[in-house]
Design a protein around this ligand. Structure first.
Ligand code: ADP
Length: 395
C-alpha cells in the first residue's frame, strides 16, 4: 500500500510517497516559503525534477498542490488519491503521553495540542499539516509518529533533572529526547547489518547532522539520550550550544543587557559550531576554514568531536559496555574525518577504525577493523521510511 509521509515545519513541508510493500519511494518533494510566496519541488521517481512557484498562502494549499502533483497526468505517480492508503505524520513532541506511533483521532489531536508548550515552534506546524490532510482527504487513516516516542523507555534516573520535583509533576519538565525515529531506525539497522537481534546488543547511535543527538540503546530499548526537554541540550550542533553551565544565561543577560528570550535565541541560533567558529553552521565550510588556518574554526571542530566522544564514554558506562557504535545523519554518514577523530578517543573501549573502510559516504558499512572490540558502522538514516513502516504496521 502507498503511504504519504508528511513532515511539516512552520513554513515548509517535506513529503514522500512510499510503497510500503517494496519500500520504494514513488515520489518526494518539498514545499518552501509557505505563507510567503511559495516554492514546490517535486521529484517523481525516475523522472525529471519539477520546480514550481505557485501561490502558497497556507499549509492546506501546499498539501493540495502536492496531491495535484502526485496525481498529475504527466508528473504524477498514482492515478487518483484512492491509491493512497494512509498518511504518516512526523510529530516532534509527544510528551509522556505517546510511547509509540498511533492512529490520529480527535482525542489524539487534543493530546498533541497539549504538548505544544514543549515545542512551540514545531508541534503547531505538525497539527496544521494533520488538519489540512483531514480536510483534503476526509476519512483517510492517518498516523502520528513522534520524535520523542522511542526515548520513552528511559528509566527515571535518566530522564529526571535534579530540580524541585514539583516542576516535573506540575509541568512535565524532564528529558524527552528527539530524533527518536532516526535512533529507532539506525539501531534496528545496525543489528540487521551485524546479523544479530537488537535484544542481544548494546548500541550507541550518533545522529550527527545540523541538529545532533546520541542515544544509548540497550537490548533494543533506549535507556538514555542527549537531548532534553528541548532539542537544545547535549552535543554541540550547527547553531545550538548543547550542554553548558546554566549560570551562563544570567551572566550573558546581565553583561549584554539582554532578556532571557534573547539569550535563548543566541543559544539556539547563534551558537554551536557557527558561533564558536564565526564562519558557518555547515561543517564543510568550517572544515575548509580550519584547513586554511582559522583557529576558531579548528576549535569548533575539536569541541564538537570531543563532546561526542565524552557522551559515548558516558553511554558505554550507562550500559556497562557497548557492542556497536553507529554514525548517521549528514555529518555522521558523510564525513570520515569526523568519524575517525571521534573514534580516536575510544581506544580504551578497544574500538579501532579501519581507514580504508571509513572512506564510505552515505552507505551502510562496517568501518571498524576486524580486531576492533566494538563494531563501528556508518548507517544512513531514513526517518521517512520508518514513518511509513510505523504507519503501515498500525493499519
Ligand atoms: P539536519 O537534518 O539536522 O538539518 P542533516 O542531517 O541534513 O541535518 O546534516 C546537515 C549537515 O551535514 C550539514 O551541516 C553539513 O555540514 C553536514 N554534511 C553533509 N554532507 C557532508 C559532507 N560530505 N562532509 C561533511 N559534512 C557534511
Amino acid at each position: 500500500m502507498n503511504i504519504l509521509v508528511i513532515n511539516c515545519g512552520s513554513s515548509s513541508l517535506k513529503y514522500q510517497l512510499i510503497d510500503s510493500a517494496s519500500e520504494k519511494v514513488l515520489a518526494k518533494g518539498l514545499c518552501e516559503r509557505i505563507g510567503i510566496d511559495g516554492a514546490l519541488t517535486h521529484q517523481p521517481a525516475g523522472k525529471e525534477k519539477i520546480k514550481l512557484t505557485p501561490a502558497m498562502p497556507d499549509h492546506t494549499v501546499a498539501i493540495k498542490l502536492v496531491l495535484e502533483q502526485l496525481t498529475d497526468a504527466q508528473n504524477g505517480v498514482v492515478k487518483s488519491l484512492d491509491e493512497i492508503s494512509a498518511v504518516g505524520h512526523r510529530v516532534v513532541h509527544g510528551g509522556e503521553k505517546f510511547t509509540s506511533s498511533c492512529i490520529i483521532t480527535d482525542e489524539v489531536i487534543k493530546e498533541i495540542e497539549a504538548c505544544n508548550v514543549f515545542a512551540p515552534l514545531h508541534n503547531p506546524a505538525c497539527l496544521i499539516g494533520i488538519n489540512a490532510c483531514k480536510e483534503l482527504m476526509p476519512g483517510l487513516p492517518m498516523v502520528a509518529v513522534f520524535d520523542t516516542a522511542f526515548h520513552q523507555t528511559m528509566p527515571a534516573k535518566a530522564y529526571l533533572y535534579a530540580l524541585p520535583h514539583e516542576y516535573y509533576e506540575k509541568y512535565g519538565i524532564r528529558r524527552y529526547g528527539f530524533h527518536g525515529t532516526s535512533h529507532q531506525f539506525v539501531s534496528a539497522k545496525t543489528a540487521e547489518i551485524l546479523g544479530k537481534k537488537p535484544e542481544d546488543l548494546k548500541i550507541i547511535v550518533c545522529h550527527l547532522g545540523n541538529g545532533a543527538s546520541l542515544s544509548a540503546v540497550k537490548y533494543g530499548k533506549c535507556i538514555d539520550t542527549s537531548m532534553g526537554l528541548t532539542p537544545l541540550e547535549g552535543l554541540v550542533m550547527g547553531t545550538r550550544s548543547g550542554d553548558l553551565d546554566p549560570a551562563i544565561l544570567e551572566f550573558i543577560a546581565n553583561q549584554e543587557n539582554m532578556t532571557l528570550g534573547e539569550v535563548m535565541d543566541i543559544l539556539n541560533k547563534k551558537s554551536g559550531v557557527y558561533g564558536l567558529s564565526g564562519v558557518s553552521s555547515d561543517f564543510r565550510d568550517v572544515k575548509a576554514a580550519a584547513d586554511e588556518g582559522n583557529k576558531w574554526a579548528a576549535y569548533a571542530l575539536e569541541v564538537h568531536r570531543y563532546r561526542v566522544a565524552k557522551y559515548i564514554g558516558a553511554y558505554a558506562a550507562a550500559m556497562n559496555g557497548v557492542d556497536a557504535i553507529a554514525f548517521t545523519a549528514g555529518l555522521g554518514e558523510n564525513d570520515g574525518e569526523t568519524r575517525a577523530e571521534i573514534c580516536g578517543y575510544l581506544g580504551y573501549l578497544g574500538a579501532k577504525i579501519d581507514e580504508e573502510r571509513n572512506r564510505v559516504h552515505g552507505e551502510e558499512a562496517i568501518i571498524s577493523a576486524d580486531d576492533s572490540k566494538v563494531k563501528l558502522l556508518c548507517v544512513p538514516t531514513n526517518e521517512e521510511l520508518m514513518i511509513a513502516r510505523n504507519t503501515a504496521a498500525l493499519l
